[in-house]
Design a protein around this ligand. Structure first.
Ligand SMILES: Cc1ncc(COP(=O)(O)O)c(C=O)c1O
Length: 453
């Protein structure tokens, strides 16, 4: 059990959550339905969300900067979305044949994200699974190059070197593939080549040595599962060049980044992948994911060809939710406004960290930002492993006690500013941080605990 000063108050405020957890863990492992939702000593259970606010089972109100791990860039229960969807529910939620709205959405998404063709499914994991299958089919090669610390969904083919514990990944320049936990098939590691994020020299050497086997390079163009790591200048361009040279499919997993900047990170950095995956906020909080890209590559899909299927793929609820979100709510000018608020938060945090001499740092890109606990800067997973997890917990409890959910749970996560957040709410976030800063100064360092996912 952690001995952390803000924990006592956290317990007092969340007594009902503790009771639910004690019962839920008898029926649901760890009382949660996604490992990422568990926090020590127990998860907080929520009742509802509206706009930028969340309400827990003890009646506490929070300003929410988690926004469902980035899936709610339009805020909770946006009235335009709710009204539009009500109509759809009355006309049928699932049809079992192709829904006419999928054509309109395909046209819109290919335009915004500069893609030729798309296929829809429900979760991000389904989209990345399809993307690597398409790449293998297109190139007739087998291996996938992924980066240490990048996460692409909870399926065996990419559950390798997601959060490898210290000492397990071998030499940092040529990391060993490490399975994410027991039960993931060993062959997953055999089919993955791992490279260090942001290391142009190392990844070039790895590709030059293995290109005959590499079907795809997959990455989060801004790595958002080790905090928030911005690609170094030339990194994405190098991957583009290597992929062109060696007949490798370059996949940008934009499941997080795609809704953080209009057109996604590929538009921001002006590097075009061969395939892209989108998900999370693309349908305003409804389950919809996208795999899309060049016509020549996407055309491997089809009956009797490369498999891709799903009962809930392109269901009318998610399609209409996405159309309403992209056409009427998540507009470029609103994204820019939210981005300004995100910048303000980063600046405010930086000033406080400096004034109070707290061993932390801040990284921000678009609607998101991440705090690094006990470390100065992070370029890749090995840097991230030096995180002081006790400091993160002290921060999390302290902020929640002040009515702020500062980011998604986990020191490897980040904040999301939605288009309904206000500058006043951002200021409350910074005020809360200032108030708890004393409690953060003397937290004993603890090695990053990397829980399997
Ligand atoms: C970059 C990235 N790819 C894929 C996924 C998987 O998406 P989902 O949880 O919808 O399966 C996630 C989820 O956090 C993610 O961050």
């Amino acid at each position: 059990m952690r001995s952390i000063s803000n924990l006592d108050e956290f317990r007092k405020r969340t007594e009902r959550s503790r009771q639910i957890y004690n019962e839920a863990k008898e029926y649901i492992p760890y009382g949660v339905n996604s490992n990422y939702r568990y926090i020590d000593p127990y998860p907080v259970y929520f009742k509802s969300g509206k706009g930028s606010k969340l309400y827990d089972v003890d009646g506490n109100e929070y300003i929410d900067f988690n926004m469902a791990f980035g899936a709610l860039t339009i805020g909770h229960s946006h009235p335009k979305l709710i009204n539009g969807i009500k109509e759809r529910i009355e006309s049928g939620t699932i049809i079992g044949f192709e829904y006419e709205g999928s054509l309109e959405l395909a046209k819109l998404i290919t335009k915004i994200y500069n893609l030729d063709m798309v296929r829809f499914s429900s979760t991000g994991g389904e989209a990345t699974q399809a993307a690597v299958r398409i790449a293998r089919s297109y190139t007739s090669k087998k291996k996938i190059l992924k980066f240490e610390g990048c996460y692409h969904g909870s399926h065996d083919s990419l559950l390798v070197s997601v959060k490898p514990p210290a000492g397990k990944g071998g030499y940092s320049k040529y990391p060993l593939p490490v399975l994410s936990g027991p039960g993931v098939v060993q062959s997953a590691a055999d089919d993955i080549i791992v490279a260090p994020f942001n290391d142009i020299e190392a990844v070039s050497k790895i590709v030059e040595k293995n290109y005959n086997d590499i079907a795809a390079i997959i990455l989060e163009p801004v790595a958002m599962n080790m905090g928030l790591v911005i690609p170094k200048e030339g990194f994405l361009e190098t991957l583009r060049k290597l992929s062109d040279e060696y007949n490798i499919v370059l996949i940008f997993d934009e499941i997080k980044t795609g809704s953080k900047h209009y057109g996604g990170a590929s538009s921001y950095f002006n590097v075009k992948p061969d395939l892209m995956t989108l998900g999370k906020a693309i349908a305003g909080g409804f389950p919809l994911s996208v795999v899309g890209g060049k016509k020549e590559i996407m055309s491997v899909l089809g009956p009797g060809k490369t498999p891709h299927a799903g009962t809930f793929n392109s269901n009318p609820l998610s399609i209409d939710a996405s159309l309403i979100t992209l056409k009427d709510i998540f507009l470029e000018r609103d994204i820019r406004k939210a981005e300004e608020i995100s910048k303000e938060i980063a600046k405010g945090y930086k000033d406080i960290i400096e004034d109070y001499k707290i061993p932390m740092n801040v990284n921000q890109w678009s609607l998101s930002g991440s705090l690094y606990f006990g470390i100065d800067s992070v370029e890749n997973w090995r840097d991230f492993l030096k995180t002081n997890v006790s400091l993160w917990y002290e921060y999390l409890y302290g902020m929640m006690n002040k009515g702020i959910i500062p980011a998604a749970p986990g020191p490897d996560e980040q904040w999301t500013v939605s288009i309904v957040h206000t500058l006043e709410e951002a200021n409350k976030n910074m005020e809360a941080f200032k108030e708890i800063s004393e409690s953060l100064k003397n937290v004993k360092s603890e090695e990053a605990i990397v829980e399997s996912i």
